[in-house]
Design a protein around this ligand. Sequence first.
Ligand SMILES: NC(=O)c1ccc[n+]([C@@H]2O[C@H](COP(=O)([O-])OP(=O)(O)OC[C@H]3O[C@@H](n4cnc5c(N)ncnc54)[C@H](O)[C@@H]3O)[C@@H](O)[C@H]2O)c1
Length: 373
Amino acid sequence: MRIVVTGASGFLGRLLVGALLRAGAFGGEPISRLVLVDRVTWPDDSQGAGVPVQVVRGELLENLDNVFAEPVDVLFHLAAAVSAECEADFELGMRANVDATRGLLEAARAQSREGGPVVRMLFASSVAVYGSHPALPLPPAVSESTVPVPRSSYGTQKLMCEHLIADCTRRGFIDGRVVRLMTVAVRPGRPNAAASGFLSGIVREPLAGLPAVCPVDPGLKVALSSPRRTVVGILRVAEVERGTGPGRLDGPLPVNLPALTVSVADMLATLRQVAGDTVADRVAVAPDPAVEAIVGSWPAVFDHQRAAALGLGPDPSFLSVLQDYLTDHPARSPPRWTDRRHTWGRARARRENAGSTITPDDRHHAHGGESPP
Ligand SMILES: NC(=O)c1ccc[n+]([C@@H]2O[C@H](COP(=O)([O-])OP(=O)(O)OC[C@H]3O[C@@H](n4cnc5c(N)ncnc54)[C@H](O)[C@@H]3O)[C@@H](O)[C@H]2O)c1
């Protein structure tokens, strides 16, 4: 089974690749080759993990021939330009998000037309496909049957791709699956150009001794998911068999990954509770209307039924999201937290030993989750 991951050097790409390398199999079949595509260099710490790895470095659209030089069985399409950069540069977003996805779909279609395998394609969409519009206000809890009305170019581009993938699936060109990711936090490494980036920054930066700005009213509620649960969700939707009933992927609709609903004020209070006043006081609130317009238009409360039927659930609390981050990035931990890590480490070891299947932790720890520079 030859598996391709686009955006492999990115935040989630690296975690996903780590999970696949550790599993060595997808849907019960051994992975014969993992093809990692990114314009950013792949850190070579995964080479020799048992699964042959092929690195394709460069622009996706310029490397389709390389990617499809041999039959592709599964394609995780994570490469994208993110929300604030798409808002600042319309053409960049169209090229990186729409044109690149269309190029992949054309290549996959050509493969099946020429008698090759029908590619199973997992597309990482976003909560940004939703937006609140005066003519069509969001319901109290958003589900996959809520009409998406994006309020950003990024959200619009993701929605365009969702529709293209659904149509290519209907026509039998590919087997497309779409997951809509919540804001994934806490993102390690350097800040990125996502409008929601501050939701990680207000935790990550103060813990690292740096000041941070919260550009929204702290009363704003947001929908979050930890990196661990996000990667588990991506893999689950990619691997699951289609069909009706529990544990099957039913129909052509995307799957909204489960969301933890939390206010920014609660996030900051949790940071204060865990790390103390000195750390929490490094966050200054300075609302930025441009950020509030994008992030404030996204829904915060979701109906999780579709994801729950696949065995997926939200993070239990922001405290647990923060615990995950501090456990995985101990250098960021305040001293009193580091003492407690041993207890969680033991708990994690127990969970890992409890079953032979991949755990969220396995999936997360393969590469430490640092963002590329
Ligand atoms: N992280 C989140 O909170 C979040 C939330 C919703 C949706 N998503 C989606 O999940 C996916 C992964 O997100 P992430 O946080 O890992 O993003 P990221 O920015 O960390 O990684 C994306 C990677 O894609 C690569 N890339 C982008 N365009 C490319 C191109 N044209 N050719 C080659 N490489 C290209 C970049 O170099 C980068 O390494 C994206 O599609 C994103 O839109 C992420």
